[in-house]
Design a protein around this ligand. Structure first.
Ligand SMILES: Nc1ncnc2c1ncn2[C@@H]1O[C@H](COP(=O)(O)OP(=O)(O)OP(=O)(O)O)[C@@H](O)[C@H]1O
Ligand SMILES: [Mg+2]
Length: 648
């Protein structure tokens, strides 16, 4: 069996929706907007519930990522607080799952509709998915709110700063009559006052220092001013630093190209620098408080995120815990990080005995460990996938060292970044046994039909064929003696006619063994009666006169035939019973005796084994109840669903 074909249909039915939701939860976390998250969830619904479609609806309005629900659904949604099935005309199955967003308290629903009703598992998965989607949206909304607040903060401090500094520049200009510039340490003009220096940057060499001359040169000037106690003259301007603390935040400049400023002008400049220092200190403490507030909010966001992450992990765990398969997660070094309870049951380890241990040491049989480690190393080095994302069959080992055949599907999780792996392991002992039993029973059917063919060939050869050969010889002899010895010829013809009659009898008997004519012509009650007449003890018969499809009638006939023959051969019984009952889509045939019991199929193919195969071929089952000294009951249960039952 190829690994890809390994799974029965039930595996994918149970696992693939669970896997879809797990995969989605990982991708959901990567989405950048509520609209994207909702789009992802609605388009993914058909992969969880085939042929269902999904929409995000609000009872009364539409928004960025949801639509206003149509009139006939809106009323139903408005009253909902949790998951509910909606009775919508014209729709066979319609369910609403709340997408709750704790920030906006929006009543938005993931409405899923389709032709079939949802199973419990599907309802559960969709509930989890809607909740996950809600958490992701809440997270994104929280981040968007924070970004908006930071924007307001920036523009607010900007306005306060330029108003305050513009006031100082204007005052100094009034006091001295010289144009005034306030430039920050990065060389950006913060405020100007005086002719030719409007709100836009002036063309004075000091204006827009950063852009015009390169920040290095301006930084050099600012550094040299750091120790200045008095205004310094530089490139046609008097410069004075504003230093709220040890570092310079701004430089206030009095533009005086002809160097005519008086001592009083320079004192005003120095005084303005002190006022500017105070103003800058105030701005700084305001912005520090703001920053502290921001940091608090940052922390709140981080805490909210962590809580949400924990909640979403808890939900993932719930899904894994309800999975029927053993689930195990490992990190890139193949150390176990998680096992679910199905794993504990299947392997006989408790979770704490697994966590942190090397996977191979625990559950891979020793003969395969080296290959397993090489495979992981190759994947990590080259990305070459050997067993990823497909189903493979391999032996696994329990805590007590016993091995069992397992079907394993490994997926890579934790994308992007550190690779981690999750494996789904299923014990397929029963399935393999059933497959082997099926193969063996097919082989027995083939052998039985070969044997039957050989028997027919032998019977024809020994019976009818011999008689016909004898007939032919006698007729030839008669022809030769027709004239010479007519009396002898007549005798020979008589013999030929006898042989022909016996040949016909042989053929009839043979045909009856292949398919009894009485069954075809008169049905089961008569055929069973004929069988019972051959048994030397009384047989009570209770078989209704209902016609069944020919293959079923034939199998039931051979069932009764073998059972009655066994009674005659082995049971030492005083009475026997044959009963047939048809109820619903099942037909139950039972043959019972009061003999010595102890019937059981022999190792080599025998009558009972053949019966079991014959009944199995019809999709039915054969049970044998035969305690010693308490008689024997053989019961064949055969489905008759869909077959035309003909009333006679
Ligand atoms: N009704 C019965 N009462 C007691 N023992 C039975 C009865 N039916 C079967 N057995 C026992 O079970 C064994 C298996 O039965 P089965 O019909 O498979 O084989 P068989 O009758 O011995 O040979 P075959 O049917 O191949 O000619 C028999 O050999 C016999 O010992
Ligand atoms: Mg038998």
């Amino acid at each position: 069996m190829s690994p890809a074909d390994g799974a029965g249909p039930d595996v994918s039915r149970v696992l693939s929706p669970v896997n879809s939701v797990l995969g989605l939860s990982l991708i959901l976390a990567q989405t950048s907007s509520p609209a994207q998250a909702v789009r992802l969830v609605t388009t993914a619904v058909p992969s969880i519930v085939a042929s269902h479609r999904a929409v995000a609806w609000h009872p009364s309005r539409s928004g960025e990522y949801y639509e206003r629900a149509p009139e006939h659904v809106a009323g139903l949604l408005a009253g909902l607080t949790g998951v509910a099935r909606l009775e919508v005309e014209g729709s066979l199955s319609c369910w609403a799952f709340p997408i709750s967003s704790p920030l906006t308290h929006e009543q938005i629903f993931l409405v899923v509709s389709g032709p079939d009703d949802l199973s419990d598992q599907e309802t559960f998965l969709l509930t989890v998915l809607a909740q996950l989607c809600g958490s992701v949206i809440a997270n994104q909304e929280l981040i968007a709110t924070l970004a908006r607040r930071m924007e307001i903060h920036r523009s607010l401090t900007g306005t306060v700063a330029s108003d305050g500094q513009a006031g100082i520049a204007a005052t100094l200009h009034q006091l001295t009559g010289y144009p005034v510039l306030i430039v920050d340490t990065q060389g950006n003009t913060r405020a100007t006052a005086g002719p030719g220096l409007g709100p836009a940057p002036a063309d004075h060499p000091l204006a827009n220092q950063g852009a015009a001359r390169g920040e290095t040169q301006w930084a050099e000037i600012v550094r040299s001013l750091r120790t200045a106690l008095r205004a310094a003259y530089h490139q046609g301007a008097w410069l004075m630093p504003a230093m709220p603390e040890a570092d310079v935040l701004s430089v206030i400049a009095l533009l005086d190209p002809d160097r005519t400023a008086t001592e009083t002008d320079l004192a005003a400049l120095e005084h303005a620098a002190t006022v500017l220092s105070v103003e800058l200190a105030r701005l700084r403490s305001v912005s520090e408080a703001e920053l502290r507030g921001l940091a608090d909010r940052d922390r709140e966001v981080a805490e909210a995120r962590t809580a949400m992450l924990a909640a979403s992990e808890a939900r993932q765990r719930t899904i894994l815990e309800t999975a029927l398969d053993a689930v195990i997660s490992v990190d890139r070094d193949a150390r176990v990080t998680y096992v679910n309870s199905a794993f504990e049951r299947a392997f006989g380890y408790r979770a704490e005995e697994m966590i942190g241990h090397d996977l191979a040491d625990k559950i891979v049989p020793p003969s395969l460990r080296e290959a397993h480690r090489r495979g992981l190393a190759r994947y990590l080095a080259t990305g070459q996938e050997v067993i990823l994302n497909r189903r493979i069959e391999m032996p696994a080992m329990r805590a007590d060292g016993t091995e069992f055949p397992a079907e394993v599907a490994v997926t890579r999780t934790g994308l992007p970044g550190e690779p981690t792996f999750t494996a789904y392991v299923r014990d397929i002992t029963d399935r393999q046994r059933a497959e082997q039993e099926l193969i063996a029973s097919r082989a027995r059917l083939v052998a039985a039909s070969d044997a039957a063919r050989q028997r027919v060939t032998r019977d024809l050869h020994d019976g009818a064929q011999q008689r016909l050969v004898a007939t032919l010889i006698n007729l030839q002899l008669a022809e030769q003696r027709w004239d010479a010895a007519p009396g002898r010829a007549r005798e020979l013809v008589g013999q030929a006619m006898n042989d022909t009659r016996r040949g016909i009898d042989d053929l009839r008997e043979l045909a009856a063994g292949l398919h009894p004519a009485i069954l075809t012509q008169h049905g089961l009650p008569a055929a069973v009666r004929a069988l019972a007449d051959r048994v030397p003890i009384p047989v009570e018969i209770d078989v209704p006169g209902v016609r069944l499809p020919a293959p079923i009638e034939a199998s039931l006939y051979f069932f009764c035939s073998e059972a009655l023959t066994n009674i005659a051969k082995h049971a030492q019984a005083t009475s026997a019973w044959v009963r047939l009952e048809i109820g619903g889509d099942l037909c139950v045939a039972e043959v019972r005796d009061d003999g010595i019991g102890g019937a059981s199929p022999r190792l080599q193919a025998s009558g009972l084994t053949g019966l079991s195969d014959r009944i199995g071929a019809l999709g039915g089952t054969l049970t044998i109840t035969s305690p010693p000294a308490h008689g024997t009951v053989l019961r064949a249960t055969v489905p008759v669903q869909g077959s035309d039952r003909l009333n006679s």
